[in-house]
Design a protein around this ligand. Structure first.
Ligand SMILES: NC(=O)c1ccc[n+]([C@@H]2O[C@H](COP(=O)([O-])OP(=O)(O)OC[C@H]3O[C@@H](n4cnc5c(N)ncnc54)[C@H](O)[C@@H]3O)[C@@H](O)[C@H]2O)c1
Length: 332
């Protein structure tokens, strides 16, 4: 049984805690927040000790896994410090996204995990749904033939205006990760962005991308559209077929090339593809990390790793540079 402690007991930390308590392979042993009320409320609800200092909790509990569900500026500035503390304490870490919008800090976090031989996962939950994995199997089995293009889109309403690039930095770690999941590394980015009606930030954007394997792709995103209908769509096409994945876990369709027949997998209430709420995507992702740590997989083989999260942030940084400079930017 793996012992898990969590730093950052906001709504998301509480969601992570519920998952660890539910799984057979993990046990929640402590929660920490610098906000005493939040730490105490989570401690009472979950029945585990409260801490107000991450270092103290790590020293006392010595957990196998530390969940880092802090937030901060652009939803990420507070992750760095406790993540570094957790690696120094010898814990495997499952952190929240974005890993960090300061690329040098993200690099330090990934480098320290590597140096210590620890497993570092990030909650890139969109790639962990059963339908997303099914689509990945189709790609790996060659059902699409040689990959050609990818079209990705995600749109929600988020009125927060805390920074000019908030939409790109906070929403698109997910979409870019899904694109990398199916098509690999991205080498070049061009991005156009607009400020939606009444907005002062770059709230809607379109990215053009070139992948290392020659695939071309587009990503459209917005913080200007009220949710109600599906909010995410991913289409990947190759010489032998094309799939469309709607809303991460809602419906997956395979359109074989040159055929009028298609395969549709709909998320039903029963069976292996049952996944009905956004919280379910957390369960699938966190469970995968727990299993991989339990099995002792090499750190390099962690799905949705810190390195994957860092790669996504580099692409977003390149996209921002592209908007600012009006150029195509090489991702380094
Ligand atoms: N993966 C997803 O789909 C998804 C969805 C929503 C949010 N998120 C991410 O989850 C994270 C948390 O979101 P939230 O809404 O719960 O944030 P929040 O700001 O409500 O909660 C974060 C908590 O961390 C605490 N904290 C900060 N630094 C700390 C430290 N050093 N030690 C102990 N506690 C510390 C804060 O006091 C706060 O209570 C964000 O990074 C966000 O981007 C991910």
């Amino acid at each position: 049984m793996l012992r898990v402690a969590i730093v950052g007991m906001g709504p998301i930390g509480n969601l992570h805690a519920d998952c660890y308590q539910e799984f057979a392979l993990s046990e929640l042993v402590g929660v920490c927040d610098i906000n005493k009320e939040r730490a105490d409320a989570a401690s009472k609800r979950l029945g585990v000790p409260a801490f107000y200092d991450a270092g103290e909790m790590l020293a006392q509990l010595q957990p196998d896994i530390c969940g880092i569900t802090t937030g901060g500026y652009e939803y990420s500035s507070d992750h760095y410090e406790p993540t570094m503390q957790a690696f120094e304490a010898g814990c495997n870490v499952l952190g929240e996204k974005p890993i960090s919008n300061e690329i040098d800090k993200a690099e330090e976090m990934v480098a320290l995990a590597r140096k210590k031989g620890l497993r570092y996962g990030v909650n890139l939950n969109h790639r962990f749904t059963p339908l997303a994995r099914k689509a990945k199997n189709w790609v790996d089995e060659g059902r699409l033939g040689d990959l050609l293009f990818i079209n990705m889109a995600m749109w929600i309403k988020n009125p927060v205006e805390s920074s000019p690039w908030f939409h790109l930095k906070a929403l698109h770690p997910h979409t870019v990760d899904v694109m990398r999941y199916y098509c690999g590394d991205i080498t070049h980015v061009q991005c156009f962005a607009i400020k939606g009606p009444g907005r002062s930030i770059w709230s809607t954007a379109h990215f053009n991308m070139q992948f290392a394997n020659g695939v071309v792709g587009g990503l459209t995103g917005s913080y200007d559209i009220e949710r109600g209908h599906p909010m995410e769509r991913c289409e990947v096409a190759g010489t032998d077929g094309r799939f469309v994945l709607e809303d991460m876990f809602d419906q997956l369709t395979l359109y074989p090339a040159g055929s009028a027949e298609k395969t549709v997998i709909t998320n039903t209430a029963f069976g292996p593809f049952s996944e009905k709420t956004f919280a379910d995507t957390f369960r699938n992702r966190i469970q995968r990390f727990v299993e991989q740590v339990f099995q002792g997989v090499p750190p390099k083989q962690i799905d949705g790793s810190g390195a994957d999260a860092l790669a996504a942030q580099k692409i977003l940084a390149a996209a921002i540079e592209s908007v600012q400079e009006g150029t195509v930017v090489e991702v380094k």
